[in-house]
Structure formats: structure tokens, C-alpha cells
Design a protein around this ligand. Structure first.
Ligand SMILES: Cc1cc2nc3c(=O)[nH]c(=O)nc-3n(C[C@H](O)[C@H](O)[C@H](O)COP(=O)(O)OP(=O)(O)OC[C@H]3O[C@@H](n4cnc5c(N)ncnc54)[C@H](O)[C@@H]3O)c2cc1C
Length: 388
């Protein structure tokens, strides 16, 4: 699918000619370099390392990193376009968005000048592949309760602990590790320590976890046993800022999940409309049954409402005005809708919808986690409820 099946006048932020050129270029890159291989990547459970380098050469990594730090100098609109193109083309599992739009912004926003100069150009080229490690076997939603520690030791930190469910976990060589620099404290004891894993003794990757969907994404356990990290690798100038840095940046992560959901909804609708026009039963196309028309009319209506809201949130984010509650609304509502629409679309495929070789079956598996990661949809409601 190249375009949206929705008939909406493009949001203002999309009307910039440069955005349209970027969208075409990103789409062509994914079409050429990824689409022919996606099914192999799903079987392998990982995307190959070379694709990161190719994306770096194509200017897609670091799309929103400033030019002075080796990036393309774009903003969140460019990331939103990458997300959309990945979803429209069904490129599941290439963790470029986590690298670009989740990890890099922490460095650009909170890193010291030296840290920005050291890491951002390598993130933009693909020399470094990024991950962020918050979740542990014993805690996910309750981030303040993490057990991983980063203890001051001479001129550095020693990191100990275990992380799980980490996206890009098998590939990443630059990991933002959320750890306690003061175990006696809750939120105030959390810091983010940047671990360059290529030469980190005591760092170990666990299993590439088998999942219900998103099979091409490598999702892993990570182990830190007395990993020595230079003091300069503490993100920012002071200890104990990690939780607050996360709270400031998580709205962007939630908007990303909403945008991913939106892109997949559009793909599911396109695939299904084409399928029901083609498939026949009782001498007519499936689309000619009024039930099919009503179901798809409902889906298209809800998708249209969602798209307007997601595009509005993108604009708010670009303007620096997307608050936590609004981002949470987008994340929870769009991902619930994503699962609902994909379920309806799968039903309209009949038995073929259950066959893994059909995109709708893959989308069904891929969509489910959207309600869980980036903060569960229940946690989104907790955040929204605080504004009541
Ligand atoms: C494919 C995948 C990729 C991921 N990628 C990453 C990654 O790159 N980095 C990373 O750090 N993490 C990652 N995660 C982890 C993800 O963010 C967590 O799984 C998620 O935050 C939930 O934490 P948990 O699994 O510990 O569930 P729990 O926190 O144990 O929650 C279990 C249930 O209890 C509910 N619950 C918890 N607290 C409350 C509350 N206060 N009120 C109401 N209900 C509540 C939850 O909503 C959920 O339904 C990934 C997870 C998956 C599955």
C-alpha cells in the first residue's frame, strides 16, 4: 500500500513539500531494501545489521538529529513519516523508530555537549544501534522499583542488574540503562547510564525472545554483571535525573505508538477493501453484502477520527505542546482501536485471515503488543485520570 485509504485533507504539517519528498524517499528505501526480505527477517527473528548501515547512508537514521551533530536536521514530522511508511509497507521489526525517535532525543535533550558530539553522529551513521532498557523481570509499569544499580566506583560506575523485553536487544551496541544510583530513593534515585556494549566486560545478551507477533524485531533479556562505565556516561550532568528525563520523554514514545497503530489501521483497511472486492461468495463479491459494507464503513469512520487526532498530536509534539495526558489518550485509544479494526478486517477474510501468509494475520499478531509496551493502556488511563 502506497497511500492512505482515508479521504482526509492532509494535516498542515504534511503539506510542506519537503515532507512529501521525504515521504517518497523513505517509502522507496523501505520498498527496495526491506519489503523483499521482511518474511525472511520474520523467520530469523531479527533484521540484519547491514540494514542499519544502509539506512544510515540513506539519511534515515538520525532524521531528526540536528545537523551540527551529524543528523539530517529534521524534526518529529520526519519520524512520523518514517513510522507511517514502515507500517504502510508492512516492514515489521526494523527498530529504527526506537533508535531515532526514542533514544536519540534523550541524548540531544539531556546529554552534555561532549556526549552529543560523541554519540549522535554515530547514531546517525548506524555505527551505533540504540536501545533503551527500563523494564526488568520484576518490574515494568512500576519504574521506580527497578533493581538495577549503577554504583559510583572511583572515576566511574559499576552496573549490576537484569533487563528484559528490550527492543533491538540483540543488535544494539548503545544502550540507555535505567538504574538506581541511590537505592534508598524511589524516583529520585533513578539515573540513565549510557552503556557502549562493544567493549563492556560483564555485559551479556540473553535469549532473543519468541513472541506472539512482531517476529522480525529482536526483543531480549540483557545482563549486567559488574559492568564498568566511565562517569562521563551518566546522561546529563547530575545523578537522580533519570526518572524525570523519562517522564518528559515518554509522551513522545506514546505518540510514536499511536502513530504506528494508525499506520497499521490504514494498511489493514486497504488490504481488506481490496480482498472483499475480489473474493466471491454466493455469486457476488464479499463487499456486496451489507454486513461487509457496514463493518468497513464503521472501521473507516473510526479510522478517520483517529487519524485526525493522531495528526493533531503530531503537530502538538512538533510545537512542543503535547502533554502527557493527551499523548496517553492517543496511545491507549488508537491502539485499542487498532486491535478492534484488525480483528474486524481479519473476520472479513474468512479462513484466509487466519493464515500467517496473509498480511492481516500478521498484523493481528503484531498489533497486540501495542496495548502493552510504551506503558500499558491501563497506565495511560491512570495518567489521564490525574487530570480529572
Ligand atoms: C515486544 C515488547 C517490546 C518491549 N520493548 C521494550 C524496550 O525496548 N525497553 C523497555 O524498557 N521495555 C520494553 N518492553 C516492556 C514493556 O514496556 C512492559 O512490558 C510494559 O511497560 C508493562 O510492564 P510489565 O510487562 O512488567 O507488566 P506489569 O507492570 O506487571 O503489568 C501487568 C498488568 O497489570 C496492570 N497494571 C500495572 N500497574 C497498574 C496500575 N497502577 N493500575 C492498573 N493496572 C496496572 C498492567 O496494565 C498490566 O495489565 C517491551 C515489551 C514488549 C512485550
Amino acid at each position: 500500500m502506497q497511500t492512505s485509504p482515508l479521504d482526509i485533507k492532509p494535516a498542515t504539517w504534511r503539506q510542506d513539500e519537503e515532507i512529501s519528498i521525504f515521504s517518497d524517499a523513505a517509502g522507496q528505501f523501505f520498498e527496495r531494501e526491506c519489503v523483499p526480505h521482511v518474511q525472511d527477517w520474520r523467520k530469523a527473528g531479527i533484521v540484519p545489521r547491514e540494514i542499519w548501515t544502509k539506512a544510515g547512508q540513506a539519511g534515515l537514521l538520525g532524521a531528526s538529529i540536528s545537523e551540527e551533530y551529524g543528523g539530517a536536521g529534521g524534526d518529529f514530522r520526519h519520524e512520523a513519516i518514517i513510522i507511517e511508511q514502515l507500517q504502510w509497507k508492512g516492514v515489521d521489526g526494523f527498530g529504527i523508530t526506537l533508535h531515532n525517535a526514542i533514544v536519540a532525543p534523550y541524548i540531544e535533550a539531556y546529554g552534555t555537549e561532549e556526549q552529543k558530539r560523541r554519540w549522535l553522529p554515530k547514531l546517525a551513521s548506524g555505527e551505533l544501534v540504540a536501545a533503551i532498557a527500563m523494564t526488568e523481570p520484576g518490574t515494568g509499569s512500576d519504574l521506580q522499583s527497578i533493581k538495577t544499580t549503577a554504583k559510583k566506583d572511583g572515576n566511574g560506575y559499576v552496573v549490576n542488574g537484569q533487563k528484559t523485553f528490550i527492543t533491538n536487544g540483540q543488535t544494539a551496541n548503545f544502550i540507555l540503562v535505567c538504574a538506581k544510583t541511590d537505592s534508598a530513593e524511589g524516583a529520585k534515585g533513578v539515573s540513565i547510564v549510557c552503556v557502549e556494549t562493544d567493549e563492556a566486560e560483564g555485559f551479556r545478551r540473553g535469549r532473543n525472545l519468541e513472541k506472539l507477533g512482531q517476529h522480525a524485531a529482536d526483543t531480549s533479556e540483557l545482563f549486567f554483571d559488574d559492568v564498568k562505565v566511565p562517569a562521563d556516561n551518566l546522561l546529563g550532568e547530575a545523578e537522580g535525573r533519570g526518572f524525570f528525563q523519562l517522564m518528559e520523554k515518554l509522551p513522545q514514545e506514546r505518540q510514536i505508538v499511536a502513530a504506528q497503530g494508525m499506520g497499521m489501521i490504514e494498511r489493514a483497511l486497504s488490504e481488506t477493501i481490496a480482498y472483499v472486492k475480489d473474493r466471491k461468495a454466493f455469486g457476488k463479491s464479499i463487499l456486496e453484502f451489507q454486513n461487509t459494507q457496514f463493518k468497513l464503513a464503521e472501521c473507516k469512520t473510526e479510522a478517520t477520527v483517529a487519524k485526525v487526532f493522531v495528526d493533531r498530536c503530531t503537530q502538538l509534539l512538533v510545537d512542543g505542546e503535547l502533554d502527557s495526558a493527551t499523548a496517553s489518550m492517543a496511545k491507549y485509544w488508537v491502539t485499542d482501536l487498532q486491535c478492534k479494526i484488525i480483528d474486524e478486517c481479519l473476520q472479513l477474510h474468512g479462513g484466509y485471515g487466519y493464515m500467517d501468509e496473509y498480511p492481516i494475520a500478521q498484523m493481528y499478531g503484531d498489533a497486540r503488543v501495542q496495548r502493552i509496551y510504551g506503558g500499558t493502556n491501563e497506565i495511560m488511563k491512570v495518567l489521564i485520570a490525574r487530570t480529572l
